[in-house]
Design a protein around this ligand. Structure first.
Ligand SMILES: C[S@@+](CC[C@H](N)C(=O)[O-])C[C@H]1O[C@@H](n2cnc3c(N)ncnc32)[C@H](O)[C@@H]1O
Length: 234
């Protein structure tokens, strides 16, 4: 899968994703992440890409022309109009279902704002999806873009090794994941639950499901209600 990030801070994206599991996937060719510097498409000699907002008010707004020019050059390179996700606190809240949907694309463009955001006319021309990572405001869209890329990447075939399977993770079955333990068997006097040492696969699965349900009920009553509704077929 190919991610193309339109940003004023390309180093943040490349440095942030070139490590750990995403870094490995980029090296082995399962993923490619390209950061396109919007400033390279400025149409003035000072390479300025922002200006004061019409109507007054604080801050600066990213201009439409360089954003659209950067997008147009990508369309030409990809050879088709891709899906364009604008990271914005005003968008739909990102979740696992959205990640599964994005993972179906061969090419995904992610647009990062900065300052007060981007001139609405550019957004109207190029954006297909408005996505927020939560009800808080960051300085720029680069960290949100990395959150989306990291989450989607884990769903791309070949990115996770078998031992890192995404299938049992939180949200995949509508529940939060069960508690995890590793060696040693006893840590500061606390023992790993006996059932996990029993070797009895069915009992382990039963215990994990019970713990998943217990956790979901405690921390995410909204998901728990939805799970109960689905289980009872209503
Ligand atoms: C300071 S914010 C602009 C906020 C905008 N003036 C508003 O009130 O909606 C600058 C940029 O950071 C990014 N951003 C900030 N918070 C975000 C969030 N919760 N989710 C996704 N992107 C966010 C967006 O790309 C945004 O254009």
């Amino acid at each position: 899968m190919n991610f193309h990030v339109l940003t004023l801070f390309p180093d943040m994206i490349i440095d942030g994703l070139n490590t750990s599991i995403t870094g490995r996937a980029i090296k082995n060719g399962c993923l490619s992440v390209e950061a396109v510097n919007i400033r390279d498409y400025a149409n003035n000699k000072h390479m300025k890409v922002d200006d004061y907002p019409y109507g007054g008010g604080a801050g600066l707004v990213m201009q439409a022309a360089p954003v659209c020019a950067a997008y147009d050059s990508l369309v030409q390179k990809i050879g088709k109009k891709p899906r364009v996700v604008y990271m914005t606190p005003q968008g739909y809240t990102f979740n696992q279902k959205m990640a599964q949907d994005f993972a179906k694309e061969d090419d995904l463009v992610i647009l990062c704002g900065h300052y007060e955001g981007i001139d609405e006319r550019a957004l109207e021309r190029i954006v297909t999806d408005y996505v927020s990572i939560g009800d808080y405001v960051l300085t720029g869209g680069e960290l949100p873009a990395m959150v989306v890329i990291d989450t989607v990447s884990r769903l791309v075939p070949g990115v996770l090794h078998n031992s890192e399977s995404a299938e049992t993770e939180s949200f995949e079955n509508g529940l939060l994941e069960y508690p995890q333990y590793t060696r040693p068997e006893v840590f500061e006097g606390k023992k790993v639950p006996d059932v996990l040492l029993s070797g009895h696969h069915a009992n382990v699965e039963k215990w994990r499901l019970e713990k998943s349900i217990e956790r979901t009920k405690k921390y995410r009553p909204d998901l728990y209600e939805e799970y109960c509704r689905k289980q009872s077929g209503t």
